[in-house]
Design a protein around this ligand. Structure first.
Ligand code: PRP
Length: 246
């Protein structure tokens, strides 16, 4: 019996982009998120892949622990979670930045002159690293979402958060002050799976790489032009590292 390759996907805004990339690479995504249901586990129609939908910050945890063989998640999350996984491929899927942002009506003067600086963020590790590198002691206020609320409600002076279009900052009276890092989505791979399921994972990386290269070279439409389903030729795997495979 074929043991499916388990791919962890983030439930956030890059999910639809990741599914599109996988489909373009010839990897069937079945009915993932297509039926409006609350299901969190889906199988490809050919049974070769199992998809699990996780909170983005949990994707590196599932992959490190072998609950998923591979995952797709943003570099911001990978760096924040600091898990022991391979990162073999940058996928694009949009480009965003981790930034320091503050209220539009506050002078952007050197923060070291402020008596205290309270910073709300979903990224306490990266925020701390950044402010330490700047020689600034700040009080971090960890939150889990809608970070832009914190300065509006007086909970924090600044935020460290990701910005893509800039719309959320703008519509909440905030402006970008400093860029901490540029981000895109990456493929991450469990270290044991990389050894045990090398052929499958190599095929997956190669299939995705071909689509990305094609997109980057801007040589025309990619959809439907990625060749036959790559995973269909994968060898049967009986000793995979996925501990939760049926
Ligand atoms: C992220 C981020 C910003 C927003 C930025 O939030 O935390 O709020 O996207 O995107 P923009 O620059 O295109 O407006 P997400 O949608 O992941 O929700 P969350 O705030 O609840 O985590």
């Amino acid at each position: 019996m074929t043991v499916p390759l388990t791919i962890a996907l983030p439930k956030g805004k890059i999910l639809s982009r990741a599914l599109s990339l996988l489909e373009q690479a010839g990897i069937d995504t079945g009915e993932v998120a297509g039926d409006g249901s609350r299901r969190l586990i889906f199988s490809s129609r050919d049974g070769l892949v199992r998809y699990v939908l996780a909170k983005d910050s949990d994707v590196p945890v599932y992959v490190e622990q072998g609950a998923a063989d591979v995952g797709i998640v943003g570099q911001d999350v990978i760096e924040e979670m600091d898990r022991d996984v391979y990162e073999p491929l940058q996928l694009g899927l949009g480009y965003w930045r981790l930034v320091v942002a503050g209220p539009v009506n506050v002078d952007h003067k050197p923060m070291r002159m402020w008596p205290t600086v309270r910073v709300a963020t979903k990224y306490p590790r990266l925020a701390r690293q950044y402010f330490v590198s700047q020689g600034l002691a700040v009080e971090l206020i960890p939150l889990h979402g809608s970070i832009e609320l914190a300065p509006i409600l007086g909970l924090a002076d600044l935020i460290v958060d990701v910005v893509e279009t800039g719309r959320t900052l703008q519509e909440n009276g905030l402006v970008e002050w400093e860029t901490i890092m540029a981000c895109q989505a990456c493929l991450i791979v469990n270290r044991a799976s990389h050894k045990m399921r090398l052929a499958e994972i190599t095929h997956l990386i190669e299939a995705l790489s071909r689509v990305i290269a094609q997109q980057n070279s801007d040589k025309g439409p990619v959809a439907g032009d990625a060749g036959p389903p790559i995973l269909s030729s994968f060898p049967e795997e009986k000793n995979g590292a996925s501990s939760i495979n049926e």
